[in-house]
Design a protein around this ligand. Structure first.
Ligand code: NAD
Ligand code: TYD
Length: 347
């Protein structure tokens, strides 16, 4: 199978590409990525010379470029997005541009790949399209309820609103144009190569550096953390066995649920750091969602998926990865990110 991955130089996309090339010796991957601040070719250094891998720098908002990249592919997995809630609160424009308009372009390219043959791309084929969405489209939900497939979207941040908007464009394309799309909505991921603006890598790297850990709003919020490889396995299952037109919610369903303060304490304890590094902050995330929880029974029952890495084991591996790969995140943190960090958190 030849797969076009958008956003493959980011956190989940790069883990996904590595997963596919390792698992399927006959598959090849085209990675189409704009290389925004979050895209990093170092994430794929170990496979850059693999003959089955090709990188194309491009913007999903560039229809012609995307069409060229999609030539001859059997599947498109659409990860490319602006992905950070805090940044979306500072400025939403890029989120609309990439997440909504960009997704519409991807949909249009998928349509070009469908029969009848198009003059632009030649022979059409049975392309499969996976749109990677997020559980955040449901918004937060009171305990003990869980959001589930079919529930109304109630996004809270400009990020989740843009993802919800992109998702409904995909749903419309399925119905109107028969686009062979499947949608995935996963809970919070963590693991190697995650940009250190998100909670887990930010707190691990700050703790290693002896810098404060800015814990928002009392740290009582619940996220259902899933190890990135478990997410990659789920997306791959949906790609190969998912039913066209369906959406699959993907969740660790961690029991008991874990609050941000506990994640913070695990990180500090594992690294042997003092709890004094925690700095309580408020007001940095207006509209802060308290709890995400989704019901993932559909993908478990229909596709036989379940997580293979426990939170305890996944966090241990992730902390070790950040300890062993300090050059990677120190380089990332010394670039444009430093400016963002100061403007968001202050000094
Ligand atoms: P990321 O920010 O680490 O990576 C995003 C990638 O997309 C980067 O490589 C970036 O360069 C690329 N990109 C951004 N704009 C682009 C554009 N206009 N054209 C081409 N490439 C562009 O994000 P991530 O955490 O890997 O998330 C990947 C996808 O998974 C996103 O769609 C996100 O909404 C979704 N998701 C993420 C999580 C999570 O916990 N991180 C959970 C569920 C779903
Ligand atoms: P984040 O990793 O940004 O993911 P998302 O907002 O998509 O869930 O945030 C996860 C949780 O961690 C969320 O409740 C906000 C909190 N958080 C902090 O307490 N401090 C921080 O500096 C960041 C970035 C997040």
């Amino acid at each position: 199978m030849k797969i076009l991955v958008t956003g493959g130089a980011g956190f989940i996309g790069s883990n996904f590409i590595r997963y596919i090339l390792k698992k399927y010796p006959d598959d090849s991957v085209v990675n189409f990525d704009k290389l925004t601040y979050a895209g990093n070719l170092e994430n794929l250094k170990d496979i850059e010379n693999d003959k089955r891998y090709q990188f194309i720098q491009g913007d999903v908002c560039d229809y012609d470029g995307l069409c060229r990249a999609a030539e001859g592919v059997d599947a498109i997995i659409h990860f490319a997005a602006e992905s950070h809630v805090d940044r979306s609160i500072h400025s939403s424009h890029e989120f609309l541009q990439t997440n909504v308009f960009g997704t519409q372009n991807v949909i249009d390219v998928v349509r070009e790949l469908l029969p009848p043959p198009s003059p632009l791309l030649g022979k059409g084929g049975g392309v499969r399209f996976v749109h990677v969405s997020t559980d955040e489209v449901y918004g937060d939900i009171e305990s003990p309820k869980k959001s589930k497939n079919g529930d109304a979207f109630k996004p809270s941040s400009p990020y989740s609103a843009s993802k919800a908007a992109s998702e409904v464009m995909v749903l419309a394309a399925i119905r109107t144009h028969g686009v062979p799309a499947m949608i995935t909505r996963c809970t919070n991921n963590y693991g190697p190569f995650q940009f250190p603006e998100k909670l887990v890598p930010l707190f691990i790297s700050n703790a290693i550096e002896g810098q404060p850990l800015p814990l928002y709003d009392g740290g009582a919020q619940i996220r259902d953390w899933l190890y990135v490889e478990d997410h990659c396995r789920a997306v791959d299952l949906v790609l190969r066995q998912g039913k066209v037109g369906e959406a699959y919610d993907i969740a660790a369903e961690n029991e008991p649920e874990v609050i941000n303060r506990q994640i913070t304490e695990i990180i500090l304890t594992t690294l042997g750091k003092n709890k004094d590094l925690v700095e309580e902050v408020a007001g940095l995330r207006p509209g802060h969602d308290q709890r995400y929880a989704v019901d993932s029974s559909k993908i478990r029952k229909e596709l036989g998926w379940k997580p293979q890495v426990s939170l305890e084991e996944g966090l241990k591996q992730t902390i070790k990865w950040y300890q062993d790969n300090q050059d990677w995140w120190r380089r990332v943190k010394s670039g444009e990110y430093r400016q963002y960090y100061q403007s968001h958190y202050g000094n």
